[in-house]
Every structure is written in C-alpha cells, then in structure tokens.
Design a protein around this ligand. Structure first.
Ligand code: G16
Length: 583
C-alpha cells in the first residue's frame, strides 16, 4: 500500500479571496498563481470544526471546467494531509452541484461512511478555459452552501494564513476509472473513491417524480422535446435520465458532451447565451426549418440553473417557480401530502407570493443566494423555492436543481395531458402559463445586466441610489419628469433579512424602490462575477386584469425601465447606453 508523508508549507496571505454569492470565482490565471488555491483550501479546512475534517469523508468534484483536474489532485493531497479519511470524487471529476448536494445527504460509502461536506469546483454559468473562470465553494453537511458565518471565517483565515499542509508524495489518483484507492499516512488509512454520481442522482429523481407518466408524455408522437446542456456537466445526467430512463430520442439532446471550455460558449441558460436552443424553439431572429419542439430546456455549467421554454414561448424563472408551486401537489408524488411553505429571493417577482396567498402557504422572502433557503428547509418551513436568476428547487437537496426543474415541468405537462395524449391537441407550456396568469395575474418582469463595469463607478452609482432614498418627493419629481404615467414611489430602502431560524441578520441585500401600484425596481451588484462589477436592475409590474396580461414584457415595462435608468444615472456613471444582457 502507498505510504505518504505530510509536508508543512509556508505561505503568505493573498488578497481578494472573499467568497461571493456562491464561492470564490476568479480567472484561471489567478487560481494558477502559486499557493492561491492552496491558501483558500487550507483556510476552508481551518474554518471547519475539527471533526468535520479529521477522520471525515468529503466530496471533491465539479462541472469539469478547465483546471478542475489539477485542482482535484491538489485538494485530495491537502485533504489527506489535513487528516481527512476518505475523499469521494465523481468519475472524471464530474458531479453537478445538485448531485453533490444529493450525494452528501444520501450516499453511504463503501466503508459505511457519510460525507460531511464538499469542495465544489465550478464558476457556475461563467465561461471556462485557460483565460476564463474557475471557482471553488464549500458545501456543508446538510448539502447546502456554507452559510455566511462560515464564509466570513474562511475569508478571515485567508487574511492571516501562514502555512498549509499537503501530502506531496501521494501519487495522483486516476479519476477516469471508478474504484477505491487506499493508502496510509501518518494519521492512518486514507482512501479516494471514484464513482459515477449519475447512479445516485437518477435514484433520487425516481424517488421524487412519477417516471412512468413522464415517459408516456415523451413517447407521445405529439410531444417533442429539446434539452441543451450548453456543454456543461448536465450532459452527464441528461442522457441517463431523458434518453435511457424516459425514452426521449437521442436527437433531443444538444450540446450534452461536457467540455472543459463549454465548447467556447457561455454556459448560462438564458435567451442571450442559449442561442441554439432559442433558435430551435422559434424564439430566435430567423425562423427554423420544420416543426418546433413542444418543450425546451437548458442548463448552466454546473447544472443547477434551468431555463424553460415552450414553442415560441419563454417562461420567466419567477413565473416558473410560481407555476411549479401551484401545480406541485397534483403533479409530483414527492409533494402529494402538501407543501410546507414556499420561498423566493428578494429580486424575484412576486408571482410566488400570489400563489402562496391563494393556497394559504407559508411564504418567505430571502436575500439572493441559495444558502438562505437551506435554513428554512432544514427547519421544515419550505418545500419549493426559486430565484429570478434561473434557479428553481425543492427540499430534496439544498441546492437549486436544473434537471429537477425540467422534470417538474414535464410532470406538470404529463398531468395536464394525461387524458389528452391520444386527443387532438396537447396542453402546451404556453397554455399552462396563460392559465396561470388568468388565475393569479401576471408579473411583467425583466432584468437588465451591465457586465464588467468599472467597480468604482458601480459603487458610486449604488451609493447615489441609496442617498436618493432619503427624499421620496425628489424621487417622485424625477419620475414625473421622465414618465408621468408611472405611479409614485411610496417606500425605498435597502433590503435586510433576519433569518427566522437562527436570527442572523444580512444587511445591504439590494436597493429597493416600491411603487404605489405594487411595481418594484431593485438594484444590486452581482456577487458572482470574476472581474469588474456587474450591475443588475430588476424591473417588475403586476397586472391583475386578465385582459391586459398578454402584452410584450419589454413594451409593458418600458416606462419603468426609463425611470430606472434616470434614477440610477446609468449612462452618466458607467458610460453604458445599453445593458449587456436582458432577460
Ligand atoms: C448563485 C447563487 C444564486 C444567485 C446567483 C446570482 O448562483 O446561488 O442564489 O441568484 O448566484 O447571484 P448574483 O446576482 O449575485 O450574480 P450560481 O448558479 O451562480 O451558483
């Protein structure tokens, strides 16, 4: 058996290792700097309780982006040197973020152990490759992202670190084949188990959804389907689930081979970056040849995000979570006994609020960041949650789950069509959304992103928006100058959240302007970029009158957009005359 020794290496703090909304995300060139990854990993080990490291089992895997394979070997060696007993790795280093969460919660190792946490190597929807992004985040024993108390501690540790530990003489583990590699170190046995995580994930999905009814839908000649993994890790699960388990045609899958650089694309499932799917679904500029698929969906790099499309129809993520919540009990066996509650992030539209009110469900509004949902779920307060940023999920794990969201929609479609599969016409995605609006009203919604803006300018813009909040009469005067038809602002603040479970308080979670007619403008700086700053403007307007819910959303929201640009002085501060992405 291989023996290894532990080496103590001296190091010095490296600036800028503050985890963002979801882990530390930087350019690969930054991560490759001497000791950069080592410092962050050691700072993480030092931030955890000793028993979650010494003698523990941890998961190390990710979306397979460039630099993952090197990073996995480094983390295995550092784990061994820090007294971890076993490291679980997905075959070829691949494991989607939701699959990692499921593995932590559900899997039992060959030696009967359970994992206490995971290093997830991903920068999510950011591009990959030698000059693009890499990322590391740590998930806890509940399967969810480390809470702020832990990420703050990790950051504090990065500022004082002076040593790290590594088993330099431990040979690289072949992560391309499944199996267990055992070795011995100064503190006893250490092993690395490589396995195919799609087996565990399929089992989990089968315990939630009625695969038989989805299979019936997919086998109907009237139902056509298209899934785009944008060359992210979702591809590793899509074939197993959609083709092998549910009988979809292999041609339904596009870009489903995971690639280190996502095929040179931007693995972000939105109308701008999921170009091929958008064109296939008839939402592009030119009309595609032949019949359009009935249902389309895309995932991001680490497969926790999703975009849902119908034929020539886009479902906003805010509507998607509301529709899933409204239909979950009838359509998805996992929820048959009812929902414990629902939750959304603050900038997400209030479509879910209306469902919660109508169905008399507990409802929570949390800051942006999936970690905030975890506490609610652990306390049994929330079953379904979602975010405007293409994240939807449930308490089956503690991450958002892209494939789960697709299966949820397929379940709703299967339920709605259970008696019409042989009939004339299927109930479509668009039908379901229109019926939803007719029942609950429509929240017109759009998000404007200004990417890679000068960080100083972005800060000044935000500070200006905060100072403006001290005089609503000035604000309303400015609004009347640009768009007299827009309602008055009646309240303006910075969103602050007190976690109802542990009482922790998160401040400065977005600047809000709330209007008399229920419309909202929200301004935030993204916490997931790797360079410069990204300013997000979230624009929302509620329409209850069902004769007015069919407008084009950009047209309906144009007055509020003008107001947002005026209040923020966007062009003045950033020099930008248009956003980088509109969703
Ligand atoms: C992460 C978080 C989400 C958040 C999203 C965007 O997702 O888990 O909760 O909504 O970032 O955050 P921001 O607006 O700060 O960029 P992911 O998919 O990037 O891990």
């Amino acid at each position: 058996m291989v023996m290894f020794t532990v080496v103590r290496k001296e190091t010095t703090p490296i600036e800028g290792q503050k985890p963002g909304t979801s882990g530390l995300r930087k350019k690969v060139t930054v991560f490759k700097q001497p000791n950069y990854l080592h410092n962050f990993v050691q700072s993480t080990f030092n931030a955890l309780p000793a028993d979650k490291v010494k003698g523990a089992t941890i998961v190390v895997s990710g979306d397979g982006r460039y630099f993952s394979k090197d990073a996995i070997q480094i983390i295995i060696k550092m784990a061994a040197a820090n007294g971890v007993k076993c490291v679980w790795v997905g075959q070829n280093g691949l494991m989607s973020t939701p699959a990692v969460s499921g593995v932590i919660r559900e899997r039992t190792g060959a030696d009967g152990s359970k994992a206490t946490g995971a290093f997830i190597l991903t920068a999510s929807h950011n591009p990959g490759g030698p000059h693009e992004d890499f990322g590391v985040k740590y998930n806890m024993e509940n399967g969810g992202p480390a809470p702020e108390a832990v990420t703050d501690k990790i950051f504090a540790n990065t500022k004082i670190i002076n040593e790290y530990f590594i088993a330099e003489d431990l040979p690289d583990v072949d992560i391309s084949v499944t199996g267990v590699t055992c070795c011995n170190g100064p503190e006893g046995p250490f092993s690395v188990e490589v396995f195919d995580s799609s087996v565990d994930y399929v089992k989990l999905m089968k315990s939630i959804f009625d695969f038989e009814s989805i299979q019936k839908l997919l086998s109907s000649p009237k139902f056509t389907f298209c899934y785009d993994a944008l060359h992210g890790v979702a591809g590793a699960y899509a074939k197993r689930i959609f083709v092998e388990e549910l009988g979809a045609d292999e041609s339904s899958l596009i870009n489903c081979v995971p690639k280190e650089d996502f095929g040179g694309g931007h693995p972000d499932p939105n109308l701008t970056y999921a170009k091929e799917l958008v064109a296939r679904m008839g939402l592009g500029k030119s009309s595609p040849q032949g019949e359009l698929p009935e249902f389309g969906a895309a995932a991001d790099g680490d497969a926790d995000r999703n975009m849902i499309l119908g034929k020539r129809f886009f479902v906003t993520p805010s509507d998607s979570v509301a529709i899933i919540a409204a239909n979950a009990v009838q359509s998805i066996p996992y929820f048959a006994s009812g929902l414990k509650g629902v939750a959304r992030s603050m900038p997400t539209s209030a479509a879910l609020d209306v469902v919660a009110k109508n169905l008399n469900l507990k409802f929570f509004e949390v800051p942006t960041g999936w970690k905030f949902f975890g506490n609610l779920m652990d306390a049994g307060l929330c079953s379904v949650c979602g975010e405007e940023s293409f994240g939807t999920g449930s308490d089956h794990i503690r991450e958002k789950d892209g494939i789960w969201a697709v299966l949820a929609w397929l379940s709703i479609l299967a339920f709605r069509n259970k008696d019409s599969l042989d009939g004339e016409k299927l109930v479509t995605v668009e039908d379901i959304v229109l019926q939803h609006w007719a029942t609950y009203g429509r929240h017109y919604y759009t998000r404007y992103d200004y990417e890679n803006v000068d960080a100083g300018a972005a800060k000044e813009l935000m500070a200006q928006l905060v100072s403006l909040q001290s005089s609503l009469s000035d604000v309303n005067k400015m609004i009347k100058e640009v768009r007299p038809e827009v309602a008055d602002v009646v309240e303006a603040d910075e969103f602050e959240y007190k976690d109802p479970v542990d009482g922790s308080v998160s401040k400065h979670q977005g600047i809000r302007y709330l209007f008399a007619d229920g419309s909202r403008l929200v301004f935030r700086l993204s916490g997931t970029g790797s360079e410069g700053a990204t300013i997000r403007i979230y624009i929302e307007q509620y329409e209850k009158d069902s004769s007015k819910t069919g407008r084009d959303s950009q047209e309906a929201l144009a007055p509020l957009v003008d107001v947002a640009l005026k209040l923020s002085k966007m062009q003045e501060f950033t020099g930008r005359s248009a956003p980088t992405v509109i969703t």
